[in-house]
Design a protein around this ligand. Structure first.
Ligand code: UDP
Length: 239
Protein backbone atom coordinates (compact mmCIF):
# COMPACT_ATOMS: atom_id res chain seq x y z
CA UNK A 1 0.00 0.00 0.00
CA UNK A 2 3.05 2.29 0.19
CA UNK A 3 2.60 3.69 -3.31
CA UNK A 4 -1.09 4.38 -2.81
CA UNK A 5 -2.14 8.00 -2.38
CA UNK A 6 -5.87 7.42 -1.92
CA UNK A 7 -6.78 4.35 0.15
CA UNK A 8 -10.54 4.80 0.24
CA UNK A 9 -12.20 6.25 -2.84
CA UNK A 10 -15.67 7.20 -3.98
CA UNK A 11 -15.98 6.77 -7.72
CA UNK A 12 -18.82 8.76 -9.26
CA UNK A 13 -19.93 7.09 -12.48
CA UNK A 14 -22.47 9.14 -14.39
CA UNK A 15 -25.14 7.33 -16.32
CA UNK A 16 -23.67 8.81 -19.48
CA UNK A 17 -20.36 7.08 -18.79
CA UNK A 18 -22.12 3.69 -18.95
CA UNK A 19 -24.01 4.50 -22.12
CA UNK A 20 -21.28 4.87 -24.74
CA UNK A 21 -21.44 7.25 -27.66
CA UNK A 22 -25.20 7.44 -28.08
CA UNK A 23 -25.66 8.54 -24.45
CA UNK A 24 -28.56 6.19 -23.79
CA UNK A 25 -29.02 2.80 -22.11
CA UNK A 26 -26.45 0.46 -20.62
CA UNK A 27 -23.56 -0.91 -22.70
CA UNK A 28 -22.13 -4.04 -21.04
CA UNK A 29 -18.75 -3.82 -22.88
CA UNK A 30 -18.16 -0.36 -21.38
CA UNK A 31 -19.13 -1.52 -17.90
CA UNK A 32 -16.90 -4.52 -18.24
CA UNK A 33 -13.87 -2.30 -19.04
CA UNK A 34 -14.67 -0.27 -15.93
CA UNK A 35 -14.88 -3.50 -13.90
CA UNK A 36 -11.40 -4.48 -15.17
CA UNK A 37 -10.00 -1.22 -13.85
CA UNK A 38 -11.77 -1.62 -10.52
CA UNK A 39 -10.43 -5.15 -10.12
CA UNK A 40 -6.95 -3.73 -10.66
CA UNK A 41 -7.29 -1.15 -7.87
CA UNK A 42 -9.02 -3.43 -5.37
CA UNK A 43 -6.11 -5.87 -5.89
CA UNK A 44 -3.84 -3.07 -4.62
CA UNK A 45 -5.89 -2.96 -1.42
CA UNK A 46 -7.75 0.25 -2.29
CA UNK A 47 -11.25 0.44 -0.79
CA UNK A 48 -13.76 1.32 -3.49
CA UNK A 49 -17.25 2.78 -3.14
CA UNK A 50 -19.20 3.74 -6.24
CA UNK A 51 -22.04 6.19 -6.71
CA UNK A 52 -24.03 5.51 -9.86
CA UNK A 53 -25.84 8.17 -11.84
CA UNK A 54 -28.94 7.50 -13.89
CA UNK A 55 -28.99 10.07 -16.66
CA UNK A 56 -28.52 7.40 -19.34
CA UNK A 57 -32.04 6.18 -18.52
CA UNK A 58 -33.98 9.02 -16.97
CA UNK A 59 -33.50 12.52 -15.57
CA UNK A 60 -36.08 14.07 -13.30
CA UNK A 61 -35.56 17.51 -14.79
CA UNK A 62 -36.47 16.27 -18.25
CA UNK A 63 -39.67 14.75 -16.93
CA UNK A 64 -40.53 18.01 -15.16
CA UNK A 65 -39.91 19.99 -18.36
CA UNK A 66 -42.41 17.71 -20.06
CA UNK A 67 -45.04 18.53 -17.45
CA UNK A 68 -44.52 15.84 -14.82
CA UNK A 69 -44.55 16.59 -11.13
CA UNK A 70 -40.86 17.11 -10.29
CA UNK A 71 -40.60 14.82 -7.26
CA UNK A 72 -42.32 11.99 -9.08
CA UNK A 73 -39.94 12.42 -12.01
CA UNK A 74 -36.97 12.50 -9.64
CA UNK A 75 -38.01 9.24 -7.97
CA UNK A 76 -37.96 7.69 -11.45
CA UNK A 77 -34.40 9.02 -11.83
CA UNK A 78 -33.42 7.44 -8.52
CA UNK A 79 -34.79 4.10 -9.73
CA UNK A 80 -32.73 4.47 -12.92
CA UNK A 81 -29.56 4.63 -10.80
CA UNK A 82 -30.49 1.26 -9.29
CA UNK A 83 -30.55 -0.35 -12.74
CA UNK A 84 -27.06 0.98 -13.41
CA UNK A 85 -25.87 -0.24 -10.02
CA UNK A 86 -27.13 -3.77 -10.70
CA UNK A 87 -25.43 -3.80 -14.11
CA UNK A 88 -22.17 -2.70 -12.51
CA UNK A 89 -22.51 -5.30 -9.78
CA UNK A 90 -23.06 -7.99 -12.39
CA UNK A 91 -19.95 -6.94 -14.26
CA UNK A 92 -17.78 -6.82 -11.14
CA UNK A 93 -18.98 -10.24 -10.08
CA UNK A 94 -17.96 -11.62 -13.48
CA UNK A 95 -14.48 -10.44 -12.54
CA UNK A 96 -14.76 -12.15 -9.13
CA UNK A 97 -14.76 -8.82 -7.31
CA UNK A 98 -17.01 -9.09 -4.23
CA UNK A 99 -19.66 -6.37 -4.15
CA UNK A 100 -22.65 -5.08 -2.24
CA UNK A 101 -25.30 -2.72 -3.54
CA UNK A 102 -26.85 -0.41 -0.96
CA UNK A 103 -29.90 1.65 -1.86
CA UNK A 104 -31.11 4.84 -0.21
CA UNK A 105 -34.69 3.67 -0.85
CA UNK A 106 -35.30 0.18 0.47
CA UNK A 107 -35.50 -2.63 -2.09
CA UNK A 108 -34.70 -5.57 0.12
CA UNK A 109 -35.11 -8.24 -2.53
CA UNK A 110 -32.31 -6.86 -4.66
CA UNK A 111 -30.03 -4.82 -2.41
CA UNK A 112 -29.20 -3.88 1.15
CA UNK A 113 -30.58 -0.66 2.54
CA UNK A 114 -27.94 2.06 2.98
CA UNK A 115 -26.40 1.68 6.41
CA UNK A 116 -23.27 3.75 6.88
CA UNK A 117 -21.52 1.48 9.36
CA UNK A 118 -22.26 -1.60 7.29
CA UNK A 119 -20.91 0.10 4.16
CA UNK A 120 -17.65 0.87 5.98
CA UNK A 121 -17.45 -2.73 7.20
CA UNK A 122 -17.84 -4.02 3.63
CA UNK A 123 -15.08 -1.71 2.43
CA UNK A 124 -12.78 -2.90 5.19
CA UNK A 125 -13.42 -6.47 4.05
CA UNK A 126 -12.42 -5.58 0.49
CA UNK A 127 -15.92 -5.49 -0.99
CA UNK A 128 -16.83 -2.85 -3.52
CA UNK A 129 -19.89 -0.98 -2.26
CA UNK A 130 -22.21 0.47 -4.89
CA UNK A 131 -24.47 3.22 -3.62
CA UNK A 132 -27.70 3.42 -5.59
CA UNK A 133 -30.82 5.54 -5.39
CA UNK A 134 -28.97 8.82 -4.95
CA UNK A 135 -29.62 10.56 -1.66
CA UNK A 136 -33.16 9.17 -1.63
CA UNK A 137 -34.53 12.71 -1.97
CA UNK A 138 -35.92 14.51 -5.00
CA UNK A 139 -34.27 17.76 -6.16
CA UNK A 140 -30.81 16.33 -5.51
CA UNK A 141 -28.26 14.77 -7.85
CA UNK A 142 -25.93 11.82 -7.73
CA UNK A 143 -23.01 14.31 -7.68
CA UNK A 144 -24.37 15.53 -4.36
CA UNK A 145 -24.76 11.88 -3.32
CA UNK A 146 -21.07 11.30 -4.10
CA UNK A 147 -20.05 14.31 -1.97
CA UNK A 148 -22.36 13.18 0.84
CA UNK A 149 -21.37 9.50 0.90
CA UNK A 150 -17.68 10.41 0.60
CA UNK A 151 -17.99 12.51 3.76
CA UNK A 152 -20.03 9.85 5.57
CA UNK A 153 -17.57 7.03 4.89
CA UNK A 154 -14.54 9.29 5.35
CA UNK A 155 -13.22 8.78 1.81
CA UNK A 156 -9.85 10.24 0.80
CA UNK A 157 -11.02 11.41 -2.60
CA UNK A 158 -13.94 11.55 -5.02
CA UNK A 159 -13.10 10.39 -8.53
CA UNK A 160 -15.37 11.80 -11.21
CA UNK A 161 -15.15 9.32 -14.07
CA UNK A 162 -15.78 11.00 -17.41
CA UNK A 163 -16.53 9.57 -20.79
CA UNK A 164 -13.62 10.49 -23.09
CA UNK A 165 -13.01 13.86 -21.41
CA UNK A 166 -9.68 14.04 -19.59
CA UNK A 167 -10.40 16.82 -17.10
CA UNK A 168 -12.04 20.20 -16.62
CA UNK A 169 -11.75 22.71 -19.47
CA UNK A 170 -12.49 26.42 -19.75
CA UNK A 171 -14.96 25.57 -22.56
CA UNK A 172 -16.21 22.41 -24.27
CA UNK A 173 -13.08 20.92 -25.92
CA UNK A 174 -15.25 19.02 -28.40
CA UNK A 175 -16.59 22.26 -29.91
CA UNK A 176 -14.02 24.92 -28.94
CA UNK A 177 -10.38 24.39 -30.05
CA UNK A 178 -9.25 27.22 -27.71
CA UNK A 179 -10.56 25.42 -24.63
CA UNK A 180 -7.86 25.26 -21.96
CA UNK A 181 -7.48 22.32 -19.58
CA UNK A 182 -7.08 23.07 -15.88
CA UNK A 183 -4.73 20.86 -13.84
CA UNK A 184 -5.76 22.29 -10.46
CA UNK A 185 -8.86 24.16 -9.34
CA UNK A 186 -10.74 24.93 -6.15
CA UNK A 187 -14.45 24.40 -5.54
CA UNK A 188 -14.78 28.19 -5.38
CA UNK A 189 -13.27 28.43 -8.90
CA UNK A 190 -15.90 25.97 -10.09
CA UNK A 191 -18.70 28.11 -8.70
CA UNK A 192 -17.16 31.48 -9.75
CA UNK A 193 -16.19 30.40 -13.27
CA UNK A 194 -19.46 28.51 -13.64
CA UNK A 195 -17.59 25.40 -14.81
CA UNK A 196 -19.72 22.37 -15.56
CA UNK A 197 -18.15 19.89 -13.14
CA UNK A 198 -20.91 19.24 -10.67
CA UNK A 199 -24.05 21.09 -9.65
CA UNK A 200 -23.79 23.90 -7.12
CA UNK A 201 -25.27 21.89 -4.21
CA UNK A 202 -22.61 19.21 -4.75
CA UNK A 203 -19.86 21.84 -5.09
CA UNK A 204 -20.80 23.64 -1.92
CA UNK A 205 -21.04 20.38 0.06
CA UNK A 206 -17.60 19.36 -1.27
CA UNK A 207 -16.27 22.75 -0.24
CA UNK A 208 -17.54 22.18 3.30
CA UNK A 209 -16.23 18.62 3.60
CA UNK A 210 -12.85 19.47 2.07
CA UNK A 211 -12.52 16.15 0.22
CA UNK A 212 -10.49 16.51 -3.01
CA UNK A 213 -12.02 15.62 -6.32
CA UNK A 214 -10.27 14.29 -9.42
CA UNK A 215 -11.98 14.59 -12.80
CA UNK A 216 -10.46 12.16 -15.31
CA UNK A 217 -11.13 10.05 -18.39
CA UNK A 218 -12.26 6.57 -17.36
CA UNK A 219 -12.02 5.24 -20.93
CA UNK A 220 -8.23 5.18 -20.80
CA UNK A 221 -7.29 1.75 -19.37
CA UNK A 222 -5.35 1.99 -16.09
CA UNK A 223 -6.46 5.54 -15.31
CA UNK A 224 -8.18 4.72 -12.00
CA UNK A 225 -4.98 3.03 -10.86
CA UNK A 226 -2.94 6.07 -11.97
CA UNK A 227 -5.13 8.40 -9.92
CA UNK A 228 -5.04 6.29 -6.73
CA UNK A 229 -1.27 6.05 -7.06
CA UNK A 230 -1.08 9.84 -7.13
CA UNK A 231 -0.14 10.32 -10.78
CA UNK A 232 -1.17 13.79 -11.93
CA UNK A 233 -3.80 13.13 -14.54
CA UNK A 234 -7.07 14.95 -15.17
CA UNK A 235 -8.00 17.92 -13.00
CA UNK A 236 -7.70 17.96 -9.23
CA UNK A 237 -10.16 20.14 -7.35
CA UNK A 238 -9.47 21.00 -3.75
CA UNK A 239 -12.24 21.86 -1.32
N1 UDP B 1 -31.99 11.95 -8.34
C1 UDP B 1 -32.70 12.51 -7.29
N2 UDP B 1 -32.09 12.59 -6.06
C2 UDP B 1 -30.82 12.18 -5.84
C3 UDP B 1 -30.10 11.66 -6.93
C4 UDP B 1 -30.69 11.54 -8.15
O1 UDP B 1 -33.83 12.90 -7.45
O2 UDP B 1 -30.34 12.28 -4.70
C5 UDP B 1 -32.67 11.76 -9.64
C6 UDP B 1 -32.76 13.02 -10.49
O3 UDP B 1 -33.99 13.03 -11.13
C7 UDP B 1 -31.65 12.82 -11.52
C8 UDP B 1 -31.66 11.33 -11.71
O4 UDP B 1 -31.97 10.79 -10.41
O5 UDP B 1 -31.92 13.50 -12.73
C9 UDP B 1 -30.38 10.73 -12.21
O6 UDP B 1 -29.29 11.20 -11.44
P1 UDP B 1 -28.18 12.18 -12.05
O7 UDP B 1 -28.82 13.16 -12.98
O8 UDP B 1 -27.36 12.73 -10.93
O9 UDP B 1 -27.33 11.13 -12.90
P2 UDP B 1 -26.06 11.36 -13.83
O10 UDP B 1 -26.15 12.73 -14.45
O11 UDP B 1 -24.87 11.25 -12.96
O12 UDP B 1 -26.13 10.24 -14.82
Amino acid sequence: MSDIKYKRIVLKVSGEALAGTDGFGIKPPIISKLADQLKEVTALGVQVAIVCGGGNIWRGETGAELGMERSQADYMGMLATVMNALALQDSLEHEDVPTRVQTSIEMRQIAEPYIRRKAIRHLEKGRVVIFAGGTGNPYFSTDTTAALRAAEIDADVILMAKNNVDGVYSADPKTNPDAKKYDELTQLDIINKNLKVMDSTASSLSMDTDIPLVVFNMNEPGNIKRVVQGEKIGTTIQG
